[in-house]
Design a protein around this ligand. Sequence first.
Ligand SMILES: Cc1cc2nc3c(=O)[nH]c(=O)nc-3n(C[C@H](O)[C@H](O)[C@H](O)COP(=O)(O)O)c2cc1C
Length: 161
Amino acid sequence: MKHLLIIWHSRTGAAESMARAAFEGAREEGEVRRLRAEDASAEDVLAAHGYLFAAPENLASLSGEMKEFFDRCYYPVLGRADGRPYAQMIAAGSDGTNAARQLARIAMGWRLREVQPPMIAVTDAQTPEQILGPKTLDALVLAKCRELGAGMMAGVESGIW
Ligand SMILES: Cc1cc2nc3c(=O)[nH]c(=O)nc-3n(C[C@H](O)[C@H](O)[C@H](O)COP(=O)(O)O)c2cc1C
């Protein structure tokens, strides 16, 4: 059976809640797996039929743990997932575009197909205390993540991409 794989990393909860909301939306439509980046293997990637990646932007790039997942799995997956659909969700204090660009560049290397534009949730955390504190995202943002998960799942299952 075709399934969607959601891979996430989060330090203070924002990207985790985006991944959870997308998972909840997706599981109403079909079979979905959700894995932490550190637990996800190349075999998990190869077994799936579409992907949602969720991670924070840190220091103007993809968070280290998410990058480590790609570093670990990049060559084992290369050339074996061509054309599969993906989308991404980025949690950011104020920007998020560099992380999204970096992830898109990696996904292009895998020849994945971007089927939705990046969803970037800006938390407006400014001070070190706010940046390091737990994050709660707006219900509207989470509803959009839920919709993204449902849409990705429906597309993967029906094979429209
Ligand atoms: C070390 C560090 C670096 C960060 N760098 C950026 C950055 O370059 N751009 C940005 O928009 N937010 C930056 N942030 C803010 C995080 O992206 C933001 O707090 C986000 O909500 C973290 O996601 P998480 O809650 O899933 O861990 C940084 C946070 C930390 C801890």
